[in-house]
Design a protein around this ligand. Sequence first.
Ligand SMILES: NC(=O)c1ccc[n+]([C@@H]2O[C@H](COP(=O)([O-])OP(=O)(O)OC[C@H]3O[C@@H](n4cnc5c(N)ncnc54)[C@H](O)[C@@H]3O)[C@@H](O)[C@H]2O)c1
Ligand SMILES: O=c1ccn([C@@H]2O[C@H](COP(=O)(O)OP(=O)(O)O[C@H]3O[C@H](CO)[C@@H](O)[C@H](O)[C@H]3O)[C@@H](O)[C@H]2O)c(=O)[nH]1
Length: 489
Amino acid sequence: MAPVTVKKICCIGAGYVGGPTCAVIALKCPHIIVTIVDLNQTRIDAWNSPDFRLPIYEPGLDEVVREARGRNLFFSTDVDTAIQEADLIFVSVNTPTKKSGVGAGFAADLNYVELATRRIAAVATTSKIVVEKSTVPCRTAESMQIILEANSKPNCRFDILSNPEFLAEGTAIGDLLAPDRVLIGSLQSAEGKDACQSLVDIYSNWVPADRILTVGVWSSELSKLAANAMLAQRISSINALSAICEATGANIDEVANAVGMDSRIGPKFLKASVGFGGSCFQKDILNLVYLSESLHLPQVAAYWRQVVEMNEWQKKRFSKTVVDTLFNTITGKRIAVLGFAFKADTGDTRESASISLIRDFLAERATVSVYDPQVEHEQIWADLDDVVPKSLDEIQKQVTLCSSAFEACEGAEAVVVATEWKEFLEIDWETIYKSMKKPAFVFDGRLLLDASKLKQIGFKVVIIGRGEEIRSPISSPRRHFNVLNGENR
Ligand SMILES: NC(=O)c1ccc[n+]([C@@H]2O[C@H](COP(=O)([O-])OP(=O)(O)OC[C@H]3O[C@@H](n4cnc5c(N)ncnc54)[C@H](O)[C@@H]3O)[C@@H](O)[C@H]2O)c1
Ligand SMILES: O=c1ccn([C@@H]2O[C@H](COP(=O)(O)OP(=O)(O)O[C@H]3O[C@H](CO)[C@@H](O)[C@H](O)[C@H]3O)[C@@H](O)[C@H]2O)c(=O)[nH]1
């Protein structure tokens, strides 16, 4: 046996991962035909749209698709043909948290992975390398192997690899073009190593050899969950400290800078915020919690669960600060929420902190005006409809969706910056101030704005993790901690 030279790739799942990942492979490997397939016709139509109105917003993505689409990159709903023709198949389907049944609320729902695997087994007529691209619990490759072997045709061999994806949304193209590392896990048999080499050969077209790590398949699967858990843990750590800053008068940016300059700690992922969002962190940590519990490791499970609990608390804490500061009531008041995406430079709203904030504001009977530069209005309605315990009609009476920051802020009593879009830095805050009710409050949940400039204009400014900013004339939410008797007063 020798490593197969891959000529055709199929990617099952044309989402945030499958689309950009395989578009970059097509760009960098013009000698390989790459077909990305999905069951969702609307999504595939958008990938194929003549004016490149792609289904996801990702800086730099349309340039990549413009160059490769129609040359060696194709998007299709014909899943079976793409499977049959490919030498190597990426499984890049969604693996959301289970909503019901055993492990509900924690375990990954592997139904989509299983259906895709069964489809491969059902239609493949030649041997394939099957690559787990989706984020999955440790040992999922084993289940895939069993399903494939039990259902395959004679003379069809399947070698499973794990190749988790580490791209972050908003920087996906840069991350894919120059990854910190590409991780490939395989069985340590001769066949497993050959399959691994076939995938190494693909990435070697643009990734330096010392950035391609080959490991055992279980290590690879676990490393993906571990990386996300440790990144999220840093954010929860800095957010926990932001609460101490607010209570003491320390400044979280100064603390993060001082801590991050220790080369053992490093400066990245120490930005305090209104809470992390995105489709991955919470889901993958809960998955790790479930795995730990299944392995009878309750202390390990509790340790990781706390990272998610701290994040939930941070979101609640922020919405409570808004209510407290606005004289303990926001009933009938207009709150402008700037940013609905879970981070800047993406249109993705999955688990966005904005959703929780708006839900809390609506529960307090505020009216809310929302502006985001990328998120479609339909998506905002769908997200609110999902979490707010009211009918969509009722929600629409309380929420207005706006097409600019100015429109959202006009007549508002407070502006909440929930996503760190650069354009919020550059807007004319003087004009916004004039259009708002007074006193006009700004709540910066992203440490984005220049507080002293805003204060000069006349705003009351409340910034996450800055003790000295949080002081309203009446409600005085800043607590003084009495060190001697340990009481809040
Ligand atoms: N979004 C990210 O930034 C990111 C980064 C790294 C890893 N991941 C992981 O990658 C996986 C995919 O995430 P995503 O954000 O791309 O999800 P997504 O929901 O955007 O895309 C998944 C796509 O798979 C399609 N699909 C599901 N079952 C299918 C089937 N049987 N046949 C054909 N198509 C099918 C869906 O229609 C959907 O379009 C997840 O496991 C996720 O945890 C995501
Ligand atoms: O210092 C920080 C860094 C991030 N965030 C927030 O954390 C969330 C996640 O951000 P980020 O990790 O940049 O985006 P994702 O696209 O969710 O990417 C994460 O999740 C992906 C899916 O698994 C992984 O592939 C990536 O490596 C991992 O960074 C967002 O709400 C950010 O605003 C902070 O609050 N403070």
